[in-house]
Design a binder for this molecule. Sequence first.
Ligand code: NAG
Ligand code: NAG
Ligand code: NAG
Length: 380
Amino acid sequence: MANFHRLFRVLLMLFAFSGSVIRTLSVGVGINYGQIANNLPSPSRVAILLQSLNISRVKLYDADPNVLFAFSRSEVNFIIGLGNEYLQNMSDPQKALAWVQQHVQTHISQTKITCITVGNEVFNSNDSQLRSNLLPAMQSVYNALVNLGLDKQVSVTTAHSLNILGNSFPPSAGTFKPDLAEYLQPILNFHSMVKSPFLINAYPFFAYKDNPTQVPLEYVLFQPNQGMTDPITNLHYDNMLYAQIDAVYAAIKAMGHTDIRVQISETGWPSRGDPNEVGATPENAGLYNGNLLRRIESGQGTPAKPSVPIDIYVFALFNEDLKPGPASERNYGLYYPDGTPVYNIGLQGYLPELLYSSSKRNVFSVLSLLLIFIAYGIYT
Ligand SMILES: *[C@@H]1O[C@H](CO)[C@@H](O)[C@H](O)[C@H]1NC(C)=O
Ligand SMILES: *[C@@H]1O[C@H](CO)[C@@H](O)[C@H](O)[C@H]1NC(C)=O
Ligand SMILES: *[C@@H]1O[C@H](CO)[C@@H](O)[C@H](O)[C@H]1NC(C)=O
């Protein structure tokens, strides 16, 4: 595996020297690697694709051992996830310890695991049992890491939907929904104590789709526009995502914390949707993600936190054909499962076709492919 990676790097260099354009990301943008699909490439091939894109931060929704093994000795940092269905069991310290031993301790000498999200968008459900289990589960997982001496390497958090905000406008007046305070206050205290980030899934697409006549498309797509000024702070916003992030900072501050970092665990734009999902087009998705990457590349922070570069995991790596819900849900990917980009944002990744196939015929094809690459490097 490591040898293949090295070889691949050499091939990439040959490509680069031969003048072929492979744009990689020079910034630490992360990507969500969702797997609710029946047609995705193997994790080993995905490892090569991500390396060709210079993406070194990946978020999973589970702790899929196949993925974690495939990225052994790679430079990729992983956020792994515990689904909501585990929260009840995880509030039991023994079960949390067993889970961390099996899913973190087993892999961590080979694969970089830096964070565990315990539950995803828990407050989107009205299940009061689930809500009550969230913090105890986070605490048990954290204590398990402490017991195993892994708490300095791996942080513990959960990912929220932006729906937890009761007010988001103007950004400086951001607050959480009042009925969530009883849960969020101790969760914020936990983040503060263990120094872990507060994760939010933020989709300006939803705001646009729900109100396309009121919300200017340019404002949600980071295109030139008048923007808006927060009347309380006088800070000017030229895009909705930054306003959403600052609203979350304000809501956290309203609960007494200025010591917690906000991370965007998901953001993205669908390239396709149902007829009533206004704005879900490849053009808009390309503008949103392309412009977002440029913002990240520039190291820009939000108006309220200009010196804190925004920290983002794009949703998602692939279109996922088995996701339930409206058509947009299956069309957030930057890539089709065969490795071709859904739209062009200047990111030319490389998904190997045959590299890990076991048949002799394919090994032969790989060798031919390598020869062609090398010849290409020499003669151009
Ligand atoms: C790859 O990304 C890292 C940051 O994650 C950056 O330091 C490095 O310069 C990038 N490499 C290229 C070739 O862009
Ligand atoms: C929770 O624990 C019980 C008892 O050990 C087990 O049967 C069940 O499968 C667990 N639930 C999940 C979602 O892992
Ligand atoms: C949850 O409860 C709120 C208010 O009690 C209600 O408006 C909302 O529709 C409910 N959501 C679900 C998913 O049941």
